[in-house]
Design a protein around this ligand. Structure first.
Ligand code: AMP
Length: 131
């Protein structure tokens, strides 16, 4: 069965899209740990990130860097934190999160909630900075 991220990639489920190329898609996490929390996923469905072919994995990190720099232009922060968990959705993905301290990276924090309009605006702003 296709993963939920494959359904997003196929356009069967909506997302707040940040950026896309031939191999990758970046969109806002729907249960964000921080404003601007973004997921970068390969269009080719692979469950475990370390099962990805080396070239594609390298390219995903470079794509994530471009997305992270765009997030940083929109959301004031010290750094963009990068993490890979993958315990919930069996489709490789990188979490990008604007952070100011270690606590900001915690997935145990209560998640934020934004209205559809707010998610839309955040995604549009970040997308506008993507180069
Ligand atoms: P994990 O697999 O543990 O790295 O967590 C998966 C992440 O995907 C969580 O932070 C979820 O909030 C996020 N997520 C799950 N479904 C969606 C969706 N339909 N759109 C955006 N983010 C999602």
């Amino acid at each position: 069965m296709a993963s939920i991220f494959s359904k997003i990639i196929a356009g069967e489920i909506p997302c707040y899209k940040i950026a896309e190329d031939e191999n990758f898609l970046a969109f806002l996490d729907i249960n964000p740990v921080a404003k601007g929390h973004t997921l970068v996923v390969p269009k080719k469905e692979v469950d475990y990130i370390f099962d990805m072919e080396d070239q594609l994995l390298s390219e995903m990190m470079v794509f994530a860097k471009r997305v992270g720099l765009a997030i940083q232009k929109v959301i004031p922060c010290n750094r963009i934190g990068i993490s890979v968990i993958g315990l919930e959705v069996p489709h490789a993905h990188i979490h990008l999160m604007p952070i100011n301290n270690l606590h900001d990276m915690s997935f145990e924090k209560s998640r934020l909630d934004f209205s559809p309009d707010q998610y839309h605006d955040i995604a549009a702003e970040i997308s506008g900075q993507f180069k």
